[in-house]
Design a protein around this ligand. Structure first.
Ligand SMILES: O=C(O)[C@H](O)C(=O)CO
Ligand SMILES: [Mg+2]
Length: 259
């Protein structure tokens, strides 16, 4: 049976961040994920998780000035020190929240930048981060993201993600496979998942078009979720979508998977 993690950067947007924890627990989620916990103290986040009987499935390492349009800094040559500090902060939180994995957002290609240079920076940053996260018992992930929602994003396909994993050469670096992004960029969702299964540590779902809840678009999540089960995926399924019907009211799709 698939188990679901509520992505609090998308769900329960009408509530304050820490109030979203109880709402997710009440709706039957077993775990949480979000862009980052850094605006709250790690003690407060850990207490709220525990008070609501939730696990921490994942969060992103610090990803630059998100509000002002940055989408990660991991490929940017002039941000290496900041990236390294971010890894150390992410590991502090991961330890406090008993979070088994963190996701790296690669970054936007700056105008006129040399792609080979960006790739080298990303690979070196990931080598550095994979070593530190491995020492802490935390998996490191990278996520291909579709170019329609984030034009100019450096990492947008699983082929590219695989090449990066090969270049980094660490057994602690994995792919975060977001079915929504991959439907837009590649299609062929389950055959690709099957091929990359051993390199994928986390999956996320949303329907297309619209990035709304499963059942609102063209992706057959009934099939996908049963395939994830059949193929032995036992990680969390991250619900990273914009609820069309309100978060709780729009959870009808999840009913068959609740005990
Ligand atoms: O948007 C996504 O798919 C990501 O998972 C994310 O964390 C930020 O872009
Ligand atoms: Mg995602």
């Amino acid at each position: 049976m698939p188990k679901f993690s509520a992505n609090l950067s998308f769900l329960y947007q009408d509530l304050a961040f820490l109030d979203r924890f109880a709402a997710a627990a009440n709706d039957g989620f077993g775990a949480l994920e979000y862009l980052g916990p850094y605006a709250e103290s790690k003690e407060k986040v850990a207490d709220t998780l525990q008070a609501n009987g939730l696990k921490q499935a994942l969060f992103n390492v610090p990803s630059g000035d998100w509000a002002n349009g940055e989408r990660g800094i991991a490929c940017l040559p002039d941000r290496i020190e900041e990236f390294r500090r971010g890894i150390s902060l992410a590991l502090d939180y991961a330890k406090a929240l008993a979070c088994p994995q963190v996701n790296v957002i690669s970054g936007l290609v700056p105008k006129g930048a040399d792609l080979e240079t960006l790739e080298k920076v990303l690979v070196e940053n990931l080598k550095y981060a994979a070593e530190r996260t491995a020492d802490a018992g935390v998996k490191l992930l990278i996520e291909p993201i579709n170019l329609r929602d984030i034009p100019g994003f450096f990492l947008s396909t699983t082929d590219h993600a695989e090449r990066i994993l090969d270049k980094v050469g660490s057994d602690n670096l994995y792919i975060q496979y977001d079915f929504y992004h991959m439907q837009i960029m590649q299609g062929d969702l389950i055959p690709t998942f099957m091929r990359l299964k051993d390199r994928i540590a986390h999956v996320q779902i949303a329907d297309n078009p619209g990035r709304n809840e499963p059942g609102t678009g063209e992706i057959n999540y009934g099939f996908i979720l049963s395939e994830l089960d059949r193929l032995g995926y036992d990680g969390w399924v991250g619900c990273e979508y914009k609820p069309k019907a309100g978060t709780s009211d729009g959870l009808g799709w999840m009913k068959p998977y609740r005990k």
